[in-house]
Design a protein around this ligand. Structure first.
Ligand code: 5GP
Ligand code: ZN
Length: 117
């Protein structure tokens, strides 16, 4: 069923507490934790607790939850006192998606070039 936890999903395992993570914020529906391989001084992943394979599926099947994730990106920026930051949803392997559980990257704390590489 849509949103059900997947045993073989890394981020579902973080949500379940089976894999440790440095959690920044948690709400009823979302978790935000620091990326294990940070690309900026702030590099936090915001995920829905429910499993959706990417942002597009999340937005289509659970729009309220997609809004929860987006709202949490601002809360993470506030937590790290960022007034500028970037939100990235890598969608598909060609765009660099490696974990198939929807997640927003929140990047900040340094200059961010545009367009990105
Ligand atoms: P993607 O490449 O799918 O957009 O992003 C996946 C992100 O998850 C990568 O930035 C990667 O560093 C991060 N990541 C992979 N494994 C772990 C882990 O076990 N713990 C944490 N905190 N981040 C992870
Ligand atoms: Zn998952």
């Amino acid at each position: 069923m849509a949103g059900e936890p997947q045993d073989d999903c890394l981020f579902c395992r973080i949500v379940a507490g089976h894999i440790p993570a440095t959690i920044v914020r948690e709400t009823e529906t979302t978790v935000a934790f620091r990326d294990i391989n940070p690309q900026a001084p702030t590099h936090v992943l915001v995920i829905p607790k429910a499993h959706y394979k990417n942002a597009a599926t999340l937005a289509a099947e659970a729009p309220q939850l997609a809004a929860d994730v987006l709202r949490e990106t601002q809360a993470v920026a506030d937590e790290d006192k960022l007034d500028s930051y970037r939100i990235v949803f890598n969608t598909g392997s060609g765009a660099g998606q490696t974990v198939w559980h929807a997640h927003a990257h929140v990047l900040g704390g340094r200059g961010l070039e545009w367009p990105p590489g």
